[in-house]
Design a protein around this ligand. Structure first.
Ligand code: ATP
Ligand code: MG
Length: 392
């Protein structure tokens, strides 16, 4: 018995003339990611992607997990491949399907016949398969309206496929179809989620992390690299750029009004990020900010911060509550790492009473107390690159 994985496209099915471009990107990503799992042939026909193991030793469970994290796919079905002969189909259903029905209360059989030369109609196929499976699993009810599991028989071009439903895919748009953006990645809960959400729309994500060693630790940097590694299961390779803002922060602390520390740092972060984004050909920035979450994320504070950006700043979490963000972080597997207790540069030298309604002129007056250009040059020059590629 041979199993295959059948993958269904998401939104890209709606694309007109550009569909090929999206399809090619998606296939390339699938082939690339599966290479670390084993030998699989990936083909597509009629808006379905077929993933076929090339030997009996390939790990189908692992391949299924990997596929469920690839943006652009909305469903992944694990199916048995059968010759297009109704008797063989019925036999295969009897031996293959029962294990998927263990613990289920109800099922129905359905079928689709895209090869109209097949001698039985869809209802006839469903009836034969449904009866056979029902005989094998007498304790499970048949429920035509709201079945817990739908046993599907598909008669396609070359083969017939039988499966017991699909796993939900990651949705979104294929990687690399949405341009490139630089994610400001802290060690917190929010920014990895923000990166995930933009990658879901096809954006290729690289990351920029600011550190303030020795005020922040090496563990804090390792944590950020681990978060990036966890994200690669969805985003593909991430180049993490780490920039030191130690001197900049010390100067801010020594020369500026405490109320403005965080805001001044965030404006410097924006300028540095835009310079690096220009250098690395990233069209936008991404942050994990959510309106009102902290003093530096009030609307007036964001206006003052954004003033320094020369490209769009995507904030996919802007309208979300913390609880909603946490839910996604748990689902994508970054939460447990995010809550490890290491300092972030934004939490060293934090003001006791940060400004929540800053005025641009006052902020700019504070900035004139420093040789910011030199300090930011120094920060940009400190950049260290960590290519992170793992996918598991
Ligand atoms: P997060 O989980 O993103 O850390 P947070 O509530 O701690 O959330 P802030 O510390 O205020 O948020 O930071 C807001 C955003 O600024 C982050 O989501 C991130 O995009 C960016 N940011 C903060 N600290 C850093 C850092 N050290 N390096 C890069 N980006 C940062
Ligand atoms: Mg943070």
């Amino acid at each position: 018995m041979k199993e295959m994985l059948l993958c269904k496209y998401g939104e890209l099915i709606l694309k007109g003339l550009n569909k090929n471009y999206f399809e090619t990107n998606l296939l390339r990503t699938i082939r690339h990611r599966l290479r670390t799992v084993g030998d699989f042939e990936v083909t597509n026909a009629q808006s379905t992607i077929y993933v076929e193991p090339l030997s009996e030793n390939e790990d189908i469970d692992e391949a299924e997990d990997v596929l469920c994290k690839i943006f652009g796919l909305i469903a992944v079905s694990r199916a048995i491949v059968v010759e297009k002969d109704i008797e063989k189909i019925v036999e295969a259903a009897k031996s293959y399907i029962p294990k998927f029905l263990v613990g289920a209360k109800s099922f129905k059989a359905d079928s689709r016949r895209s090869d109209k030369r097949f001698p039985l109609t869809s209802p006839q196929i469903s009836a034969r398969v449904g009866d056979a499976v029902g005989d094998m699993c007498p304790d499970i009810e048949i429920d035509m309206k709201h079945p817990e599991i739908t046993v599907m028989t598909e008669i396609r071009e070359k083969y017939a496929f039988i499966h017991a439903g699909a796993k939900k895919g990651a949705g979104g748009m294929p990687m690399g179809t949405g341009g490139r953006a630089l994610l400001l990645l802290s060690g917190g809960i929010d920014s990895p989620v923000a990166g995930f959400m933009m990658a879901k729309r096809g954006v290729t994500v690289d990351a920029l992390h600011f550190e303030s060693y020795p005020y922040t630790s090496e563990q804090a940097r390792d944590k950020v690299l681990e978060l990036a590694r966890l994200l690669t299961a969805y985003t593909g390779k991430i180049n993490v750029h780490v920039v030191s803002v130690t001197r900049l922060q010390e100067e801010l602390r020594d020369r500026c009004d405490e109320e403005y520390f965080t805001l001044l740092l965030r404006r410097s972060m924006m300028r540095i990020a835009c310079r690096l984004a220009a250098q690395y050909d990233e069209a936008a920035l991404i942050t994990g900010e959510s309106l009102g979450q902290v003093a530096s994320q009030t609307l007036p504070a964001l206006v003052v911060t954004d003033h320094e950006a020369d490209r769009p700043v995507f904030r996919p979490l802007i309208g979300m509550d913390k609880e909603e963000i946490v839910q996604i972080a748990r689902r994508i597997g970054t939460f447990e790492t995010s809550i490890l207790p290491y300092e972030d540069c934004c939490t060293v030298f934090t003001p006791r009473h940060p400004k929540t309604k800053p005025e641009l002129e006052k902020v700019e007056a504070e900035e004139r107390k420093l040789d910011l250009a030199a300090l930011e040059d120094e920060a940009v020059a400190s950049v260290v690159h960590y290519p992170v590629e793992s996918y598991r």
